[in-house]
Design a protein around this ligand. Structure first.
Ligand SMILES: Cc1cc2nc3c(=O)[nH]c(=O)nc-3n(C[C@H](O)[C@H](O)[C@H](O)COP(=O)(O)O)c2cc1C
Length: 343
């Protein structure tokens, strides 16, 4: 199904640069461009250097929320905005006004425009996260010549994804760094304790090829995920600190800083559950942030930008999977080669 058993995860928000993807590819990994947050024009620019006749590579898109916010959500957003004001004042950042216009194209993450781009200028692989692309979208991508992957976090999600006609599944365990791909309410997962167990459970339920993701920090775990039935493993956090990773220096440094001793799943930064190093922002807002994505992401954006500019890692989203302590600095190719040697 894939050219390599190792996939360099798509990491939106600046981590996956074209140079990062190309360097991972050069070392023998399958690379995925990160389409999330980008306009169609920015995605086309990101893809231009990656397009190469006969080379397998992928593009990842966020599936946007359907429908408008509930009135209770608008009130919850206002409350969270008020809660963030003191920190914003301290950082010298302004919190955006509310409500956000439902016609703001960022709310749909430029979905229609980016799909159009992928239909008119197809790529070998397209993966989706945060939801299922409708079966009609999957079919149109197939007609354009692409293979399609859906990201899932439970057996129930895997069964739902298979119904849409996708060719493979990215099976993401909750140990993963960054946002959860989950699209069914929490509780649908059977509570598997590791990616190896989750892959085995999905393997028993669905016949599609599986990519294992989440907390894979060393070749031993990668091999166990392959042995449990995955055809490839996807690395995120393990590549975050590398030279070509576009992650902020503050983020890279925090991953190697012994003062950070735990990760947690939090909605504090974006409203969607995501795993990050525990810092002041997670401690102060983790319990109160509302379940409203992407609006919370827009609310906290200027605070995070100000924190980054001030060198303040305590207000930054330090995405990290549970295997963060194993992530290494140096060329991304060296990390990829280290894994591939043992797979
Ligand atoms: C900084 C960061 C950004 C991420 N961005 C995306 C993304 O844009 N799309 C996506 O499908 N997954 C994204 N992920 C999740 C990865 O695809 C993958 O599931 C996860 O990194 C695997 O767990 P690990 O971090 O423990 O290796 C991101 C992960 C991190 C750490």
């Amino acid at each position: 199904m894939f050219a390599s058993p190792l996939i360099a995860a798509p990491m939106a928000g600046g981590t996956t640069t074209s140079a990062f993807a190309l360097a991972a590819r050069g070392a023998g990994a399958l690379d995925f461009a990160a389409g999330g947050y980008k306009t169609a024009e920015a995605l086309a620019e990101h893809l231009a250097p990656l397009r190469s006749e006969g080379t397998d590579f992928g593009v990842n898109l966020f599936v946007p929320r359907q429908g408008p916010l509930a009135p209770a959500d608008a009130a919850a957003l206002l409350r969270y905005r008020r809660e963030l004001m003191p920190l914003a004042a301290r950082l010298g950042a302004s919190v955006p006004g509310l409500p956000f216009s439902p016609s703001d194209p960022r709310t749909q993450d430029f979905w229609a425009e980016k799909l159009q781009l992928l239909l008119t200028d197809p790529v070998p692989l397209v993966s989706f996260t945060f939801g299922l692309a409708p079966a009609a979208v999957v079919a149109s991508l197939h007609r354009a010549g692409s293979r399609v992957l859906a990201s899932v976090t439970s057996v129930a999600e895997a069964l739902a994804a298979a119904e849409t006609g996708v060719d493979a599944l990215v099976v993401q365990h909750a140990n993963a760094g960054g946002h959860s791909a989950a699209f069914l309410p929490p509780g649908h997962g059977a509570g598997e304790s590791s990616v190896v167990q989750l892959v085995a459970a999905v393997r028993a339920a669905v016949a599609l090829p599986l990519v294992a993701a989440g907390g894979i920090g060393d070749p031993t775990t990668a091999k166990a995920a392959l042995a449990a039935g995955a055809v490839a493993v996807q690395l995120g956090t393990a590549l975050l600190r590398t030279d070509e990773s576009g992650a902020k220096a503050l983020h890279k440094d925090a991953l190697a800083d012994p003062r950070y001793s735990a990760t947690a799943i939090t909605r504090a930064f974006t409203g969607k559950r995501a795993r990050a190093l525990v810092n002041d922002f997670v401690r102060d807002h983790g319990a109160t942030a509302p379940d409203i994505y992407p609006e919370v992401h827009f609310l906290t954006g200027p605070l995070r930008a100000a924190a980054a500019a001030a060198g303040d890692a305590e207000a930054l989203n330090l995405w990290a999977g549970t295997a963060w302590q194993k992530s290494q600095a140096g060329p991304v190719g060296a990390v990829i080669e280290g894994f591939l040697r043992e797979l």
